[in-house]
Design a protein around this ligand. Structure first.
Ligand code: AMP
Length: 323
């Protein structure tokens, strides 16, 4: 149903503005570039505009330079279709959301279970490993051929969101799609390295400093980090770094939920929370309770308050879920 409406919308419109959530990562970028190439192959016009600029390490993606950061001069821009990818609610694409008023129609393509179906046309499939998998399906439905660049974009998205095919969202369908994309020659080793191994030396030193601060509850089922700005020397916590911390926490025997609580560098008095679950606990439910969302095994939320107080409240909620 959603796929049919999405393909009809793409066929019908000519000029597309593509965006995704803030804190861009592999799947958001892979979906954006995949969608961009798709509509351009169909002879249409497209631009990609995000709240954030291209994150460190993703310059390798083909034509990454078409990905632009939002600026106020874009107010009043007119186009046919506002496309929001990998984003569960409009607020999560920041000020770019205001450009939607310049569009005739809005199209929301996503795989988050918490998606609010905020657009004129909504295609949401929480069973998909990634939003890039949904863009792959658009190519098939619209009969647009892949090439090395599109395969690289979509493969990167799938690889990033499945944690290199190891999270619970990996299915035989994910592998089937990846295997088809590999026929077009993306450099898997280079992609893996760029997504998972391109760490800065300074980040590794930071990681080494934060790791010993890990905490665990009495039952041994919850592991977490409470990160103050001063521990990061007042720098942003790279996505790569938080993923690594969560990965360490999650790898501990018997751990069911891993969490990072971090003071928000940009907004004082706000705590950013990243939740990861081994599968038994639905962290989307917990994140949604605190105004966030995501997936059953990976979710996020931003909560106002002090680091220790927020951590205490959230941990109590997690313990409730574990009962
Ligand atoms: P993160 O911990 O920020 O890497 O997010 C894990 C997953 O949850 C990703 O798929 C995010 O897109 C999603 N997510 C994070 N924060 C939110 C939020 N506030 N609302 C909805 N989904 C979120």
């Amino acid at each position: 149903m959603g796929l049919k409406k999405a393909t009809a919308c793409i066929r019908r419109n000519k000029r597309f503005l593509i965006t995704a959530h803030t804190n861009l990562e592999g799947d958001a970028l892979g979906s954006e570039l995949g969608f961009y190439h798709l509509v351009r192959s169909m002879g249409k016009e497209a631009v990609i505009i995000n709240e954030d600029s291209l994150p460190y390490g993703y310059e390798f993606m083909p034509q990454a330079s078409v990905i632009k950061k939002f600026n106020k001069r874009l107010w009043g821009m007119k186009f046919d279709c506002f496309v929001i990818l990998d984003c569960s609610d409009l607020k999560r694409c920041g000020d770019v959301a205001r450009l939607a008023s310049g569009a005739k129609t809005t199209l929301n393509i996503d795989h988050h279970i918490s998606n609010e179906k905020f657009a004129d046309i909504n295609w949401v499939d929480p069973k998909a490993s990634s939003c890039s998998e949904l863009i792959y399906r658009l190519y098939k439905a619209l009969d647009v051929p892949f090439d090395r660049d599109t395969a690289t974009a979509l493969y990167t998205g799938i690889l990033a969101d499945t944690g290199s095919f190891r999270y619970t969202n990996t299915t035989w369908v994910t592998h089937k799609i990846a295997s088809e994309l590999l026929k077009y020659g993306p450099d898997v080793s280079a992609i893996y390295r760029n997504v998972f191994e391109n760490s800065l030396f300074s980040d590794l030193k930071l990681l080494a400093g934060i790791l010993p601060t890990i905490k665990r509850d009495a039952s041994g089922r919850i592991a977490w980090f409470e990160i103050e700005n001063r521990m990061l020397k007042h720098r942003q916590l790279h996505l790569d770094l938080s993923e690594r911390l969560l990965s360490f926490a999650r790898s501990i025997k018997d751990i069911k939920v891993a969490v990072i609580f971090k003071e928000n560098l940009k907004a004082k008095g706000e705590i950013r929370i990243n939740f990861r679950s081994q599968g038994e606990v639905d962290v989307n439910r917990i994140a949604s309770f605190f105004g966030g969302g995501g997936h059953k095994t990976a979710s996020g939320a931003t909560v106002k308050g002090k680091l220790k107080t927020v951590a205490r409240k959230v941990l109590a909620r997690i313990k409730e879920e574990l009962k």
